[in-house]
Design a protein around this ligand. Sequence first.
Ligand SMILES: [Zn+2]
Ligand SMILES: [Zn+2]
Length: 204
Amino acid sequence: MLHFQTFIGGIFDTNAYLVQAPGGNILFDAPTGASDWVQDLAVRPDLLLITHGHVDHIDDAAKIKRIFKCQVGFHPEGIPLITDPNFFKKLGFFLEPEPVQPDFFIEETPETEFCGIAFRVLLVPGHCPGSLCFYSADHDLLFGGDVLFAGSIGRTDLPGGDHELLLRGIHEKILTLPDNTMVLPGHGPRTTIGEERRNNPFLR
Ligand SMILES: [Zn+2]
Ligand SMILES: [Zn+2]
């Protein structure tokens, strides 16, 4: 069983997950306050994997990279959102996250490895361009970002959003995972693929 801890931070109650993997510690997403949280745990993240570039998931990313000298990875389509300090201001948001530069890019791939854990990386746009989900078949876990929630799906009214595209991605890439897969979403409680397949009203 994989050991992980959850943090909820920022004005949108965004989840971050810290995974103690055999080859190091992986932090998924960096909401406001994640940096202090990780410091309090006295666990050093070796890797920060960003599911997508929305401001609530990256607010502490630059700070975490600076403090822990960890490697930061995200999908290339996240570049404008994550590395341009004015991206959100131009859209009329008052938020101005500190930009962070990637150490590597993450592409969709059937199998790769992060800190000794095998992951399938799924590109599921529609909520946001370059939105990634990280699936561990060995541990029946999906770090899902803002793609699929307990009883809901990601909003598609933000720039680059596309409802049909999101639904297609969920049906083709997410609901095809085993029912017992635990989904760790970017907001709200955890759920399972089976539960959402049966009861999620957005997937009927
Ligand atoms: Zn989002
Ligand atoms: Zn979010």
